[in-house]
Design a binder for this molecule. Structure first.
Ligand SMILES: C[S@@+](CC[C@H](N)C(=O)[O-])C[C@H]1O[C@@H](n2cnc3c(N)ncnc32)[C@H](O)[C@@H]1O
Length: 282
């Protein structure tokens, strides 16, 4: 007889589908959501028309053809999902956190680069589902989008235009509201608001069991690695969402080479990769 799925798995599976908006076809997206991809004049016109329509409780929206497979694989910028990382990377996050819980690897969990907060909400949900009350979820983000490149410090980021994408700028209040809507906002959730270079060096946690890097750029990835990897417990996991992006991959390669990290780097899907920190005796 087939075994019945456990309530924890049913809950977490449902969350993965809701956080990634996989249960529903993509509704038309308000044009303002993707406003930064158009020219200045068009943006001004759209903004004026949107304001006018809003007075009549109407919204200017655009039909988007979204391939459900691409959405499930985290290949699009979603209009409504609370995470853009796709189902395989959510599965990987669950695998890493449940492994450290099962094996009692000490430490909190963190994501650097939260956007609408979906992956962090999922981290909090995994802890809640397993009745874990002593570990915290750190949510590190500027809550104002990506930083302009600093090529004098990080030449690999020269010419990067990610900071211009207002789509990636989500306020802390909005992320907190998303946590609240899932019933998962409490004192186990700690927001680290600001640029990683300002918040991570003095971040209060002493030990981490899972670090999830999702800051896209070389600098954002390197600053997170330099400040967080030394706090990662042996047996803990380092997950890199943007390993497919040249700058991010270079940061990972440079950091691993500098610190002579030889633990195998495993690809999760077309974008993500992770490795497990070796214990000194391994
Ligand atoms: C691709 S989004 C993260 C997606 C998210 N993990 C999810 O589950 O959908 C990248 C995020 O990283 C943040 N970010 C990138 N570099 C940063 C930096 N140096 N300091 C603070 N926030 C940064 C941006 O504000 C943005 O919210």
């Amino acid at each position: 007889m087939a075994t019945q799925p456990q309530p924890i798995d049913l809950y977490l599976d449902l969350l993965k589908k809701t956080l990634s908006f996989s249960l529903w076809p993509e509704p038309p997206t308000p044009i303002e959501t993707f406003r930064d991809s158009s020219g200045l004049l068009q943006r001004i016109a759209v903004s004026a028309i949107s304001r006018l329509l809003a007075t009549r409780r109407l919204v200017l929206a655009k039909e988007r053809h979204v391939d459900p497979v691409e959405k499930a694989e985290g290949k699009i910028w979603p209009g409504y999902a609370h995470t853009m990382i796709g189902l395989k990377r959510l599965d990987n996050l669950q695998f890493c956190i449940e492994t450290v819980l099962r094996e009692q690897i000490a430490g909190d969990v963190i994501e650097t680069g939260a956007w609408r907060g979906g992956a962090c909400i999922f981290m909090r949900a995994i802890l809640a589902a397993h009745g874990i009350t002593e570990r915290k979820v750190y949510v590190a983000d500027s809550f104002a989008g990506l930083p302009p490149p600093a090529p004098e410090m990080f030449p690999a980021d020269a010419g990067d235009t990610s900071h211009a994408h207002r789509f990636l700028s989500i306020s802390q209040e909005s992320v907190a509201e998303n946590f609240r809507n899932y019933g998962l906002l409490d004192d186990q959730v700690v927001f680290l608001e600001g640029w990683f270079e300002d918040t991570l060096p003095t971040a209060p946690m002493t030990q981490l069991a899972v670090i999830r890097l999702d800051g896209d750029m070389y600098g954002s990835t390197m600053v997170a690695l330099e400040n967080l990897y030394p706090k990662l417990s042996p047996g803990g996991f380092c997950i890199v969402d943007d390993y497919a992006l040249k700058g991010c991959r270079q940061a990972v390669t440079d950091y691993r080479a500098k610190h002579e990290l030889t633990s195998p780097l495993i690809e999760i899907d077309w974008s993500g990769a992770f490795w497990r920190k070796e214990s000194p005796t391994a």
